[in-house]
Design a protein around this ligand. Structure first.
Ligand SMILES: [Zn+2]
Length: 383
């Protein structure tokens, strides 16, 4: 290309001016002033642009500066991004994508703004972990996922701190706290279904037991679905957001091809790379410890996940997988109403502990429903 420098004019200069204006380096066009001259204002703006982008600051638009001007005009969402072997896509939109992937714990390499094979690999990993079609192309669905996650993660670090502050300020009483109980599946979606027993029904029953106990302590327990309803996960999350719930508890059981798989696992929002809901993790830990102590189920741990119910909710959310319906021992326990009462009580006590902020001396597994009720009533008199 021809070098553009002070004194030049023509359509190429007009294009350069237009780019510089869009970056705020040149004032908007004033009417009557020719817009295709490479004057001293343009030269000044080009130098500023070159400095900002780490180019040689000579005030001349050569191939490198020209390319950089074009790349800088793309913002994420302007176009689909993917791996092009012969002419790799480059631009600030690619750079933004790479930075987002890095923040989320994926490794696209140095965020250089060029869509290379490593970027594609990181994007595919992201898509796999978030349940998207794994095509390595950043299209509308992937963008939507990146944006939704942005709310919880990027703008989200302050949001995660607000979660902590809200729990601290809420005080130790359960009365008035609003909890969304999310019984997994429902309606035509039976969840794990085996020999006439369905996860959807068992979790509905468990949700009702928990709801009753919460109501008795003065909490406001809301169910995310009716007995035969099955809202999609984003709708359940939207329900909790609209209700401005304090916490969300999602109830499921697990299944495995091997009947030997058994045990209890508890999940909270987190990417596994340091981005995590602190309160969600704390609550998951409390619930998990209470339930392992009370049920003697195998301890499958507390784990970070980015599932929709954990990711799209704006409050601490925990998902509990209460054993495997495909395991004989777990299944026998789950079928016993007394066991489901034990689980409901354990969850309630864990919620109480969360709001006590560790200021209680009851060992795990010993705090009972009547203890919780007695404390609530005692406080109702004094507070
Ligand atoms: Zn389930």
């Amino acid at each position: 290309m021809q070098l553009l420098r002070a004194g030049a004019s023509g359509p190429a200069v007009a294009e350069v001016r237009c780019a510089l204006r869009s970056f705020g380096l040149l004032p908007p066009v004033a009417s009557g002033v020719p817009d295709d001259r490479y004057d001293s204002a343009v030269e000044h703006a080009v130098r500023a642009f070159q400095q900002r982008r780490g180019l040689i600051t000579d005030g001349i638009v050569g191939p490198a500066t020209y390319r950089a001007l074009r790349e800088a005009r793309w913002t994420l969402g302007d176009r689909m991004l993917g791996l092009m072997i012969s002419a790799p896509m480059a631009g600030d939109d690619v750079r933004t994508l790479q930075e987002r992937l890095l923040e989320l714990g994926f490794d696209p390499g140095r965020p250089a703004g060029v869509f290379d094979p490593q970027t594609e690999q990181a994007l595919r990993k992201f898509q796999r972990e978030y349940g998207l079609i794994q095509d390595g192309i950043c299209g509308p669905a992937t963008l939507r996922a990146l944006r939704q996650l942005g709310r919880k993660v990027t703008g989200g670090r302050p949001a995660l701190l607000r979660e902590q502050e809200r729990v601290r300020r809420a005080g130790p009483r359960l009365r008035g706290k609003r909890i969304v109980i999310d019984a997994g599946h429902g309606g035509p979606d039976r969840g794990v279904s085996l020999a006439g027993v369905a996860e959807a029904d068992l979790m509905w029953d468990l949700a009702r037991r928990l709801e009753g106990r919460m109501a008795a302590t003065g909490m406001e327990a809301l169910l995310s679905r009716g007995e035969h309803g099955c809202p999609a996960e984003p709708d359940r999350a939207a329900f909790a957001n609209a209700a401005d719930a304090d916490l969300v508890l999602s109830l499921h059981t697990d299944a495995n091809r091997s009947m030997h798989a058994e045990g209890l696992a508890t999940f909270h929002f987190g990417t596994g790379e340091g981005v995590s809901s602190t309160v969600g993790e704390a609550l998951a830990g409390l619930i998990h410890r209470e339930l392992v102590a009370r049920t003697r189920m195998l301890d499958c741990g507390v784990q970070p996940r980015t599932w929709e119910m954990l990711r799209l909710t704006r409050m601490p959310a925990v998902r509990i997988e209460v054993g495997y319906l495909t395991n004989l021992g777990d299944r026998r326990k789950l079928l016993d109403p007394v066991f489901r009462d034990v689980v409901a009580e354990g969850i309630l006590v864990a919620v109480k502990r969360l709001y006590l902020l560790g200021q209680d001396d009851q060992p795990t597994g010993t705090f009972t429903f009547s203890d919780v009720l007695a404390r609530e009533l005692a406080r109702a008199d004094t507070v």
